[in-house]
Design a protein around this ligand. Structure first.
Ligand SMILES: [Fe+2]
Length: 142
């Protein structure tokens, strides 16, 4: 469970920074709205990462805490770093949120098998929020 949660934590940290990169490098007519939306996403993802790390500490596990460690654990590819349109940014965000949602479901299934109630319950919050975000992102990308 510790390894699974560290991988989830690393993925959340990398996604959070990736969202901030898109927030910075966004271009186009929808800049004002989408710049603000991307900020809401990375604020939420930062809170998620913090909550996963603090849950691990409650459970006497050791959360990863270095950028080097996060990058070696994460399965998320970093943002390229150049300017992006809203559609480009949102299609990457949707792909990463779908990846995270699959991962969160897998963590919940493993937690249920191991009777880790706190972990299982916390995953419910991420399943709910990511599912809603992904529906909305699919609507934006139509
Ligand atoms: Fe900002």
């Amino acid at each position: 469970m510790e390894n699974r949660l560290n991988t989830l934590l690393a993925d959340m940290v990398v996604v959070s920074h990736k969202l901030q990169s898109y927030h910075w490098y966004l271009k186009g007519a929808h800049f004002f709205d989408d710049h603000a939306q991307l900020e809401r996403y990375y604020d939420e993802m930062n809170e998620n990462a913090d909550a996963v790390a603090e849950l691990m500490l409650q459970l006497h596990m050791s959360p990863a805490s270095t950028m080097k460690g996060f990058l070696s654990l994460s399965g998320i590819e970093e943002a390229a770093g150049g300017e992006v349109s809203s559609a480009e940014a949102y299609s990457h965000v949707l792909a990463d949120f779908e990846y995270l949602l699959d991962e969160v479901y897998a963590v919940k299934a493993a937690a249920d098998e191991e009777n880790q109630i706190l972990v299982s319950n916390q995953m419910d919050d991420y399943i709910a929020s990511l599912s809603k975000h992904n529906w909305m992102l699919r609507q934006v990308l139509k």
